[in-house]
Design a protein around this ligand. Structure first.
Ligand SMILES: Cc1ncc(COP(=O)(O)O)c(C=O)c1O
Length: 390
């Protein structure tokens, strides 16, 4: 049986492939430090786990409303209104299994062949995968290392056309850890304000930020709320990647379409998980704060160690838990270097080119691993680089 043609266009996430290769090496007896996967290495806070157990005991085991439990949507609306300084109600919120469906459903609902979608490159690989899958035209905008990995705004300006239907923003960013500065967010808003397009603002790392001020959501700027979809969720902030729960906050005209896609695919998000999510947002936030503090000190130590390795240079990322090291001076292509790091040094990491062509010359390390492992990884990388690149 032949697969549908559209399957030739869909991409993958290489983190999962590298994980398989790394596990195979481990099974052959090698020691591997895992810096490839993008998930917190912490446990979900105990009070959230307790809330899920209690919900199961109370019988939250049935189908729920497609859009999400009203109590959870209310809590999310309050949280988003407070953190983004906007006014949204529960009717704007769609609860879905993870952050990813808020890429999948709105893109499926909005994009048609010939539509152009602007997105960051290097960037989360699912953006380009979905754009291509739907037959739309990918318009990558290079991120500039010297501008905290923010867009090259001149290229953005020139790339906007009458066919631009969607602009994807991601701050703090995967894979660079960059945070778009407020003046850039304002400039981007002024460029798109008068245009008939929608902004998909991926804010999944919004709470994992080391800057003095939280990242500015484009939705908070005048006139932008009506043309922005905010993607957020519980995976990263509450170390809940395996629970599969996230949400989108969007203009009302889009909610019905997202609900229809949800009812045709998942019916609803797991009910007991949603009960636990209410506790996550309304309960104590101390563990989130200490996780972010821990990420910050690992970031400082690991980037410092990377900067002492010949051929490596790593800017201090403002958010998320990724170090995006510039490795051009090694003279080795990113893919080859990532393979060498895994096979020779036993450090699993991702080739920057897997995040788009402008990621070539970089390696992404996730520092969601213990400080000891990070320091050992840096030691191994240095030992290998001294052998090869001196
Ligand atoms: C930028 C970005 N957006 C969205 C997601 C998806 O998150 P979730 O696991 O909640 O689907 C990820 C996960 O790695 C991500 O890095």
């Amino acid at each position: 049986m032949r697969l549908a043609n559209r399957m030739e266009q869909i991409g993958i996430e290489s983190a999962f492939d590298v994980l398989v290769s790394a596990r195979a090496l481990e099974e052959s007896g090698r020691s591997v430090i895992h810096l490839e996967i993008g998930e917190p290495d912490f446990r979900t806070p105990a009070h959230i786990v307790e809330a899920a157990k209690q919900a199961l005991d109370e019988g939250w085991t049935r189908y729920g409303p497609t859009q999400g439990l009203p109590e959870l949507r209310q809590v999310i609306a309050e949280h988003v209104s407070h953190t983004r300084k906007v006014q949204v109600g529960p009717e704007h919120v769609c609860v879905v299994p993870g952050g990813k469906p808020i890429l999948f459903f709105p893109m499926l609902a909005l994009l048609e062949p010939g539509d152009e979608v602007i997105f960051p490159n290097p960037g989360f690989p699912i953006y380009e995968s979905m754009i291509r899958f739907l037959g739309a035209k990918p318009v990558p905008i290079p991120l500039v290392e010297e501008r905290s990995f923010s867009f090259d705004l001149d290229i953005l300006r020139k790339s906007l056309t009458s066919r631009t239907k969607m602009l994807i923003l991601n701050s703090p960013q995967n894979p660079t850890g960059g945070v778009i500065p407020e003046e850039d967010v304002r400039e981007i808003a002024s460029l798109v304000a008068e245009r008939d397009l929608i902004v998909l603002s991926d804010e999944i790392y919004s709470r994992i930020c080391y800057e003095p001020e939280p990242p500015v959501s484009i939705a908070s700027l005048p006139g932008m709320l009506e043309k922005t979809i905010i993607l957020d969720g519980f995976s990263k902030t509450y170390a809940m990647t395996g629970w599969r729960i996230g949400y989108g906050v969007m203009p009302l005209w889009l909610v019905d379409a997202v609900n229809k896609l949800m009812v045709n695919s998942n019916s609803c998000t797991a009910s007991f998980t949603q009960r636990a999510a209410i506790t996550a947002l309304t309960g104590p936030q101390t563990e989130v704060e200490s996780m972010v503090q821990e990420f910050r000190s690992r970031r400082d130590a690991f980037c410092d160690a990377l900067n002492r390795i010949p051929g490596f240079r790593c800017a201090l990322p403002g958010g998320a838990f990724y170090a995006f090291a510039n490795i051009r001076e090694t003279g080795v292509p990113s893919k080859q270097l990532a393979d060498m790091l895994l096979e020779e040094a036993g450090v699993a990491c991702l080739n920057g080119g897997a995040f788009g062509e402008y990621g070539e010359g970089y390696i992404r390390f996730s520092y969601a691993n213990s400080r000891d492992n990070l320091m050992e990884a840096a030691r191994r990388i240095k030992a290998m680089s001294v052998r090869w690149f001196r």
